[in-house]
Design a protein around this ligand. Structure first.
Ligand code: ASP
Length: 298
């Protein structure tokens, strides 16, 4: 049994057709690897790279900007053997998920952030790349509303502006969970974070058990308000429940609890039996899977 499920974020989907096309493309590319007998870890990296390269989604190219109009990206990967790698607040790389994978495979650390993550990426041969899009610059300007000059590191001022920002309810982080022919599960998540975040902020997508988690029984990737997801260990809580339930039931149980706690998010998951599941308590979520050769999207 092999299967692949991906998401392109929870919340309001701004352009449904665009999102759907992106999800389908990522699924087809990732599933091709599994179908040829390839590894779950390769399938999720391929699917997530495809979504990172698609400017529609908030990951890699097209990532949202922080209050200094910079891109700082978070990404993580975990496999059912327990290996995990992540980078946080990384700048100027095309595919943060591949850097996270290198951290998992080439170091005994779990998470590299900021300047250290960038230097590591450079040392590993990742070329410099500017993921900024004009569309995102305009969106941040609109969010801040005033044409104030924020290109200075006056943190007190930034905090003030951040506190007064209208909080958005649209999250288009990307993620993938796969099960391969050898029964291995892999999960990958990648994001630009939250538009207008404070510089240096790292969200759930780089944190083990929050936005990404995998056990020998299950794997989950989350999207939504990163701080709430992290406080509730969303991905881990769901995976733990798979000891007693299939993935969809586990997701349903946790999503119900999260709603009561005002944790607004969406998740996708997979279990070792080849079941896939998804759930969200936001307005919408972009998701899709391929199982038994059949492609299904939102
Ligand atoms: N979870 C992401 C974060 O808080 C945002 C998203 O899902 O779009 O960084």
């Amino acid at each position: 049994m092999i299967a692949l499920i991906v998401h392109g974020g929870a919340g309001k989907i701004e352009e449904k057709e665009e999102a759907k096309k992106g999800i389908e493309k990522a699924l087809i590319k990732g599933y091709e690897i599994l179908a040829k007998g390839g590894k779950a870890v390769d399938a999720v990296c391929t699917a997530v790279c495809e979504l990172e390269d698609n400017p529609y989604f908030n990951a890699g190219t097209g990532s949202v900007l922080n209050l200094l109009f910079e891109i700082e990206m978070d990404a993580s990967i975990m496999v059912s053997s327990g290996d995990f790698g992540a980078c946080g607040a990384i700048k100027n790389v095309k595919n943060p998920i591949l850097v996270a994978r290198k951290i998992m495979e080439e170091t005994d650390h779990l998470l590299l952030v900021g300047e250290g993550a960038n230097i590591f990426a450079k040392a590993m041969g990742f070329p410099e790349y500017n993921p900024k899009t004009e569309k995102e610059v305009e969106k941040l300007k609109k969010l801040i509303e005033k044409g104030e000059n924020l290109y200075f590191p006056n943190f007190k001022k930034l905090i003030e502006i951040y506190k007064n920002l209208k909080k958005e309810e649209s999250y288009s982080t990307v993620g993938a969970c796969a099960l391969d022919h050898n029964g291995m599960i892999a999960v990958a998540t990648s994001t630009g974070g939250i538009r207008g975040k404070l510089p240096g902020r790292i969200g759930d997508s780089a944190i083990i058990g929050a936005g990404t988690y995998a056990t020998p029984l299950a794997g989950v990737s989350a999207t939504g308000h990163g701080e709430s997801i992290t406080k509730n260990f969303v991905a881990k809580e769901i995976c733990e429940l798979v000891k007693n339930y299939d993935i969809q039931t586990a997701i349903n149980i946790i999503m119900e609890e999260l709603k009561k706690k005002n944790c607004f998010c969406g998740v996708i998951g997979i279990d070792v039996k080849g079941n896939v599941g998804h759930g969200y308590n936001t307005k919408d979520m972009a998701w899709g899977f391929i199982k038994d050769g059949k492609l299904v999207t939102f």
